[in-house]
Ligand binder design. Structure first.
Ligand code: ADP
Length: 273
């Protein structure tokens, strides 16, 4: 047998230095007890990933589950604003403690730590990924039935590190019915598949607009192809959310917990046991 070069692409399959792929998941804080972790992902920013994260968490909380949100979107953190969180996260020097929303959802986000939340986060990828890991293993989350992770957008090195470090039980892909969607969804889906993370389904956001006068469904971005895209990837459409000014108002005013709408209730029935 030839000598091992430590380059597995050139040496034999039976080389003794080959090991099974390393599990790079890191353990949560020893005082955390987190049952299910669901990542909310999108292939690009601005499609409503944070909104879907918020709505899914509210759905879980309304069903009386102990619910948490880990805001891993470090460069575009919008969860604290959607829930109207003003209080900062506390620390005892060793661990960090999440902040509770009005209905009791536990949240950790970079904006709960920064003195001035209008300052942009201009850190490089490894630093950002390091902060997300700290949100996982240095925060005491106590008892959580469902944790929703608002994932960093895209398919670059930061989401990759998050996939590798946090034990995700599944992901929900958020998309909007625009051009290039099928390619962008494919990237997000393929990345999750490479990491062996189950894809729970796709949510189409800004799917349509309801005419305030006649209630007609207007497809603002053109015809939706999300059902075909889901079938192509052997997954399901978990819900279609309209473009709704009320939703953006609630989110802008920190009152997302008051949303009315059953767009994600089928998804919630399916996902929450
Ligand atoms: P992402 O997390 O993908 O970057 P966000 O969830 O932050 O996207 O949404 C981007 C903006 O669009 C926010 O201001 C949000 O309130 C608004 N928005 C998202 N989805 C809807 C919707 N269905 N109806 C109205 N406004 C929406």
């Amino acid at each position: 047998m030839s000598e091992c070069t430590h380059n597995c692409s050139t040496c034999g399959k039976n080389c003794s230095s080959r090991t099974t792929p390393q599990d790079m998941h890191i353990a949560p804080h020893e005082l955390s007890n987190i049952k299910k972790v669901i990542g909310i992902v999108s292939g690009k920013g601005g499609v409503g990933k944070s909104l879907v994260t918020s709505l899914m968490a509210v759905e879980a909380k309304r069903r009386d589950f102990k619910t948490a949100i880990l805001d891993a979107d470090i460069t575009g953190p919008s969860i604290p604003k959607a829930f109207g969180l003003k209080e900062k996260a506390s620390t005892d020097g060793d661990a960090l403690y999440p902040v509770k929303t009005k209905t009791g959802i536990e949240v950790m986000s970079i904006n709960l730590l920064l003195d001035d939340e209008t300052q942009p986060v201009v850190w490089r990828g490894p630093v950002i990924a390091g902060v997300v890991k700290q949100f996982w293993n240095e925060v005491i989350w106590n008892d959580v039935d469902y944790m929703f992770v608002d994932m960093p957008p895209g398919t670059g090195d930061v989401p990759l590190t998050v996939y590798q470090s946090i034990r995700l039980d599944g992901i929900i892909v958020v998309t909007s019915p625009q051009e290039l969607v099928s390619m962008i969804v494919a990237k997000a889906v393929n990345m999750a598949k490479k990491m062996n993370i189950p894809i729970l389904g796709i949510v189409e956001n800004m799917s349509y607009l309801k005419c305030p006068c006649c209630n007609e469904k207007i497809e603002i971005y053109g015809e939706s192809h999300v059902d075909e895209i889901a079938a192509q990837h052997e997954t399901v459409v978990l819900g279609k959310i309209p473009f709704d000014r009320e939703l953006s108002k609630l989110s802008d005013n920190g009152c997302i917990e008051l949303f009315e709408g059953d767009w994600l209730s089928t998804a919630a029935d399916k996902l929450f046991e």
